[in-house]
Design a protein around this ligand. Structure first.
Ligand code: PSU
Ligand code: MN
Length: 298
């Protein structure tokens, strides 16, 4: 694992660092917009006073903190593999390029000593999981790594209620940021409540600080940060397009790790880019908030 000098120095000095994932860049957003977003996320973290550490596998090496060349490669190369935790060693052994999901980013971030991580929407239990058993490996990893993940809930293509149940079973703390409602990724409210509400970065930092004495610091904390209602994707359009997308995925026989990128792309096309704008806004807001929490925690 190669930790960029700026990131290593910040960690050694106890200064705030925020991890960022690369699957969102390589497989969740269209090119060339994705490279711009990757830069904007890093800039948002810096503007709030923390050091960004985008994580990916480059030529077989796990990199924590990417320079501009590596960021461009992740955004533009067509041989970047979507890597969950189980894929990391295979891609490393073959010297390939890999984009890290929430699971593998959180995993590598924790190994590097980074405690804050920002993304868009977590993976979770897919619709129809009773038949397919399709549940994102993000869930298992969140039960094992002591990272706080700032997100806008779970991707709204999923079964949100089932995912919240699984997060409860797995002992993952879920905090609503300035909301009593669990966010719905592109939309403000998923229709479900949050177990706990917090209203400031300091309040999140206090929760994180209380964990070591209780021995609960080795699981994730989810900080669920909604898009403001005024900035969300129109909920009626959202529900219709997601339903159509799920039918299209079933008709096309898409399965496994291809489902999430297929659905995100479908929603982006069928909303005329409106979901893309919502997606970009929410990840930027999450990067800023993660940095504010990292600053408060440091
Ligand atoms: N958030 C986004 N866009 C994305 C993702 C999250 O705004 O593309 C990615 C994350 O990397 C997450 C992955 O881990 O989607 C989930 O994929 P799967 O459902 O196959 O586990
Ligand atoms: Mn899956």
């Amino acid at each position: 694992m190669r930790i960029a000098p700026e990131v290593a120095e910040a960690l050694a000095g106890g200064r705030p660092v925020v991890a960022l994932e690369s699957t969102l860049i390589a497989h969740g957003l269209p090119s060339p917009r994705n490279l711009d977003v990757a830069h904007r996320l890093q800039a948002a973290v810096r503007a709030a006073g923390a050091v960004p550490a985008t994580i990916a596998l480059v030529a077989g090496e796990a990199r924590v903190g990417l320079d501009d060349d590596a960021l461009e490669l992740v955004a533009a190369a067509d041989d970047v593999v979507k890597c969950g935790v189980r894929d990391l060693a295979v891609v490393a052994a073959r010297g390939g390029h890999g984009a890290t999901t929430v699971a593998s980013t959180a995993w590598l971030a924790a190994r590097a000593g980074i405690r804050l991580f920002a993304t868009g929407g977590l993976g979770g239990v897919h619709q129809g999981a009773r038949e397919t058993w399709d549940e994102s490996a993000d869930l298992d990893t969140l039960a094992r790594v002591g990272v706080a993940v700032v997100c806008s809930g779970v991707k709204s293509i999923l079964d949100v209620g089932a995912t919240l149940e699984r997060l409860e079973t797995l002992g993952v703390t879920v905090l609503g940021y300035a909301t009593d409602r669990f966010p719905g990724f592109y939309v403000h409210d998923s229709g479900f409540p949050v177990p706990w509400r917090v209203d400031s970065p300091e309040e999140v930092a206090a929760v994180l600080a209380a964990r070591p004495a209780l021995g609960t610091e080795e699981r994730a904390v989810v900080v669920a940060n909604p898009l403001p209602a005024g900035e969300q994707l129109d909920p009626a359009l959202h529900d219709r397009v997601v339903a159509d997308g799920l039918a299209a995925a079933a008709a096309a026989g898409v399965s496994g790790k291809e489902i999430t990128p297929f659905l995100l792309d479908y929603v982006q096309r069928e909303t005329g880019g409106a979901s893309l704008e919502a997606n970009v806004r929410l990840v930027e807001r999450n990067a800023s908030l993660a940095a504010e929490i990292a600053v408060a925690a440091a």
